[in-house]
Design a protein around this ligand. Structure first.
Ligand SMILES: Cc1ncc(COP(=O)(O)O)c(C=O)c1O
Length: 358
């Protein structure tokens, strides 16, 4: 079976795990500190606050920005549900926008739906490609909302040479095993260049404690929680970060092979101007999606659907009408893409798909 995604694990990662087990320092150690520094620097942001998931990172960003009851937060519906659940968790109202043919949030719809209650916009750099940041930054300037970038699928992606996570007030990342880099478990990080926001998120992720004060450890200045990342996770993250650019390059190579070899009976992903795609997912479109998925499964090729149910159709959210998003989810199919995928396997996948359409 050719799998949809496989994380890369190196000997250095294995050695680090043993080293930390021997050290007996599992929480709040040098690895977490180094990973926050290195990862935020990589993104072009001033600070990083590690978390136990990408979902927690988005929650921390919303909370630190003071988003709460009576506020509206604009978010695309075509994304993983965790882009929007933190909005409900802070008591605000999600306002869903439709998606363009590039699979990214439709900025015209953002403009239409911005009101005086729009406290924040969460833009999602879905599948590894960044949203139209020029237009979003213009709208932000005009309307004054805070911008949170959901970068959970876009580690190292670029817009005009600037990396994902460096545009908004905060950029939120996931290190779940299928992501472009992982901590070999759940994990996340919020990056920011706003010192005040950083300090609040730092407290939020550790019971509201302010370690810059003398009584820090036993005094909770604000209402926080436990969103901490472990030392082992952070050390694995550090090892993965060193390889991220090489891995993104390999993902782009695989995407180029798909683009070249796959039949035009499928709609292939488009890369918009000024963007460096990191192909977290390579997503094609066809009206014969379900048939094709079954055929590939029978031929030993695993595929995925990201995502079969738009968020506004999920029972925990309020329904609305978003025609493009609703069409899209019946036609999209994610093909295998990851650095360990070989050229021969890519060829095999393309041959099978082309055979299906013959
Ligand atoms: C776009 C998007 N947002 C948010 C998340 C949530 O991240 P996590 O699974 O680490 O909580 C994910 C990943 O699962 C994601 O793909």
């Amino acid at each position: 079976m050719i799998q949809l995604s496989i994380p890369t694990i190196t000997d250095e990662m294995k050695e680090k795990v043993l080293e930390i087990l021997d050290s007996r320092r599992f929480i709040k150690g040098p690895n977490v500190e180094a990973f926050e520094k290195e990862f935020s620097r990589y993104c072009g942001a001033g600070y990083g606050v590690s978390a136990n998931s990408g979902t927690s990172a988005i929650f921390m960003a919303l909370k630190a920005l003071g988003v709460g009851a009576k506020d509206e937060v604009i978010v695309p519906s075509h994304t993983f549900i965790a882009s929007a659940t933190p909005i409900l968790m802070v008591g605000a109202k999600p306002v869903f926008v439709d998606t363009g043919n590039d699979y990214l949030m439709d900025v015209n719809d953002v403009e239409r739906k911005t009101t005086s209650r729009t406290k924040a916009v969460i833009c999602v750099h879905l599948y590894g490609q960044m949203c139209d940041m020029d237009r979003l930054m213009q709208l932000k300037e005009k309307s004054g909302f805070a911008l949170i970038e959901d970068c959970c699928q876009a580690h190292g992606a670029e817009y005009n040479g600037r990396r994902a996570g460096s545009f908004g007030e905060a950029g939120c990342f996931s290190f779940f095993p299928s992501k472009n880099m992982t901590v070999a478990g759940d994990g996340g990080m919020a990056v920011t260049s706003d010192e005040k926001l950083y300090k609040i998120m730092k407290m939020l992720h550790d019971h509201g404690r302010d370690y810059s004060t003398k009584e820090g450890k036993y005094k909770s200045t604000i209402l926080g929680y436990n969103f901490r990342m472990s030392e082992i996770s952070a050390a694995i993250g550090m090892c993965q970060l060193k390889l991220l650019d090489e891995w993104s390059q390999r993902r782009r190579e695989i995407a180029a092979q798909y683009n070249e070899m796959l039949t035009d009976d499928l709609v292939k992903p488009v890369v918009a101007k000024n963007r460096k795609h990191v192909y977290h997912l390579y997503v094609v479109r066809t009206e014969r999606r379900n048939e094709l998925q079954k055929f590939l499964h029978e031929n030993g090729i695993e595929t995925g659907i990201h995502y079969p149910i738009p968020i506004h159709k999920q029972p925990v959210f309020e329904d609305c009408k978003l025609p493009n998003t609703e069409n899209l989810c019946n036609e999209i199919l994610s093909l295998p893409i990851y650095p360990l995928l070989g050229d021969e396997q890519v060829k095999q996948i393309c041959n099978r798909i082309n055979e299906f359409f013959e």
